[in-house]
Design a protein around this ligand. Sequence first.
Ligand code: FNR
Ligand code: 8K6
Length: 347
Amino acid sequence: MTDILFQPYTLNPTLTLKNRILMAPLTRCMADADLVPTQAMTEYYGRRAEAGLIISEATIIRADGQGYPNTPGLFTPEQIAGWRKVTNTVHANGGKMFAQLWHTGRVAHPHFYHGEHVLAPSAEAVEGSVPRMRELTYQVPKPVTKQEIEQLVADYAQAAANAIDAGFDGVEIHGANGYLIDQFLHHDSNKRTDQYGGSPENMARFALEVVDAVIDRIGNDRTALRVSPGAYFNMAADDRDRNVFDYLLPALEQRNLAFLHVGIFDDAMEFEYLGGRASSYIRSVYHNTLVGVGSYTAETGSEAITANKFDLLAIGRPFIANPDYVAKVKSKAPLVAYSDEMLTSLV
Ligand code: FNR
Ligand code: 8K6
């Protein structure tokens, strides 16, 4: 009953995927001290080239976007060269790969980049501390100025160009999970009173500026976006957020992106202010290619695609546990169960 997953899927005239299974972006914190992808990462991604599309672990666009140890970057020649080895291997094995472009905003920590400030829409700190580095508590961010916003937008576009230079087939802008772009989209983190805050149009402005700058640089056929209309990670919910996404999603539809991707850990979660699941809400206001994700199996994901709830299925944790996930599903072989201890090594 998983046959639908093995149908090719045409995103646009530039890109056709050989099947409907995506490897979800998965932060592994295994880049070297200069945030360059390693040989072990090259082999890890190379083993997963049977996916219709691999989305890289979140990759920072510049130094002050870093919020976790050893997350890779795409802003130095060495990082670009490291990623080129990864994409060459994935392509040699018959796969396709997008880079996920990331700035953590208020979830960044100056410890990692020896900086002074953490940049975010408003001076609203996220509670707690960096996971597994409990001595690093989160700081009150410095609200970004108009000039800093312009630089950030330019840096996303440059990182997208760097991704193409590194051989990626496209980029997924990380607009989800409470990081910088998402921080503009939610009232919990955006208290601005200028043209980037207050109204839905203003709160969506930064996201759309980044999307448009990336499209200008590499084309809409190679540009995708991940969004979390449901606040669930690094973020507190606010009923008014719904209006922001009611404005943003139709505006995105007009941009003809390669795809839109839901950012969620478990798509069974229901959000009252969205009238149900994040994926159902997005489907109701956005009519182009949608990638579903979040605690699906090949079976439940196939059912959701067949029921037209989304078009493509991203798989995260099961892909950590099973490098040969696609072959196993195809041959109906049993899967290895994921456990958090698997995060300590790259298999
Ligand atoms: C994630 N997730 C994630 N999401 C994202 O947009 N960028 C990222 O870098 C990461 N990193 C990450 C690391 C780890 C260890 C986990 C478990 C998750 C979320 C991920 O892409 C996916 O949405 C969830 O894992 C839900 O899908 P599964 O795992 O239930 O198939
Ligand atoms: C992108 C970055 C960092 C990685 C964090 C990954 C954490 C992995 C834990 C997986 C367990 C899922 C729990 C769901 C969290 C939702 C909270 C309400």
